[in-house]
Design a protein around this ligand. Structure first.
Ligand code: SF4
Length: 246
C-alpha cells in the first residue's frame, strides 16, 4: 500500500488534524499539496492590479470590493475608485453619493457607507493608517476574519490563512476535511486546518494560488479534474465521487 493511501485511511477515520499537529512538521502529503499549488500558481496566476499593491489602504479597498463579487468585474471599478480616492483622507472627505456612483457598476452601493465609515475610523482612531493587528482590523465596520487576514497577509506579509467557501470546498475534496458547523467559514477548526496547511515560505503565493485554483480548476461546478495536478492525491477524485463532472 502506498504512503498516500495510508494517509487517506488515517484522515478518513477523522484523525488527520491530530496527525498534522503531532507530526511537528508538515507531512509529506501536505508538502505534495503545497508544491502542487505553488507550481500551478507560478504558471497560471491571475495578474489583478491590487496584487501588485503594497499599500494597505488599497489592499483593504480591494478586499472589501471582492467580497462575494467576481474579481474580473471588480478590476475596472477598483481602478477608478483608487484613482478618485488614492488614500484614506481622500475617501473620508468624499461625498457619499459620489462614492455610491463609483461602486454602482458592481451593485455594491451599500458598501460606499461602509468604506467611508472605515476611512473615518482609521483617521480618528489610527492616525490615518490601516492597523496591522487582527484585533484592530476586526472591529472595523463590516470586516470579518477573511478580510482581516487578507490585509495582514498581502499588506503586512503575515503568515495567516485565508478561508472562504472555495478553499473549504478544495480541502474537503482533496483531504476529506469537512466542517460540521452551520457556517463552516466561522468554524475555528477549519481555520486551524487551513493555518496548518500554510507553507513556511511563499505563504502569500500559496493563499493566492488557492484563490485562483478554486476559480479555474477545482470550481464548484464541473471541476477540471483532467487538467488538475492533484489527481494523484485528491480523495474525491480517487473515490470517483465527482461523477458527471460535478
Ligand atoms: S482532482 Fe478534481 S476534485 Fe480533486 S482537486 Fe483536482 S479538480 Fe478538484
Amino acid at each position: 500500500m502506498s504512503k498516500w493511501i495510508d494517509i487517506c485511511l488515517v484522515r478518513e477515520t477523522g484523525h488527520f488534524i491530530s496527525q498534522l499537529k503531532h507530526l511537528g512538521s508538515p507531512s509529506e502529503y501536505t508538502m505534495i499539496f503545497q508544491r502542487a499549488m505553488l507550481d500551478w500558481y507560478e504558471k497560471n496566476r491571475r495578474g489583478y492590479v491590487w496584487r501588485a499593491q503594497a499599500d494597505p489602504y488599497k489592499i483593504l479597498v480591494a478586499e472589501i470590493m471582492l467580497q462575494q463579487t467576481n474579481a474580473d468585474k471588480v478590476e475596472p471599478v477598483y481602478a477608478n475608485f483608487v484613482k478618485q480616492y488614492p488614500n484614506i483622507n481622500a475617501l473620508m472627505q468624499s461625498d457619499l453619493q459620489t462614492v455610491k456612483a463609483v461602486l454602482r457598476p458592481l451593485g455594491l452601493e451599500y458598501r460606499a457607507a461602509r468604506l467611508k465609515n472605515i476611512a473615518e475610523k482609521l483617521v480618528v482612531e489610527h492616525g490615518g493608517e490601516v492597523p496591522s493587528t487582527e484585533e484592530a482590523l476586526l472591529v472595523l465596520p463590516g470586516i470579518g476574519r477573511y478580510v482581516a487576514n487578507a490585509v495582514l497577509c498581502f499588506a503586512y506579509s503575515r503568515r495567516v490563512a485565508l478561508v472562504d467557501v472555495n478553499v473549504i470546498r478544495l480541502y474537503d475534496r482533496v483531504f476529506g476535511f469537512r466542517s460540521h458547523k452551520n457556517r463552516p467559514r466561522d468554524d475555528g477548526e477549519v481555520w486551524e486546518f487551513a493555518s496548518k496547511m500554510l507553507p513556511e515560505a511563499n505563504f502569500k503565493e500559496y493563499n493566492l494560488a488557492l484563490l485562483d485554483f478554486t476559480a479555474r480548476i477545482c470550481a464548484l461546478k464541473r471541476p477540471n479534474c483532467t487538467g488538475c495536478p492533484l489527481t494523484g492525491i485528491c480523495l474525491c477524485y480517487t473515490k470517483g465521487a465527482l461523477t458527471n463532472g460535478n
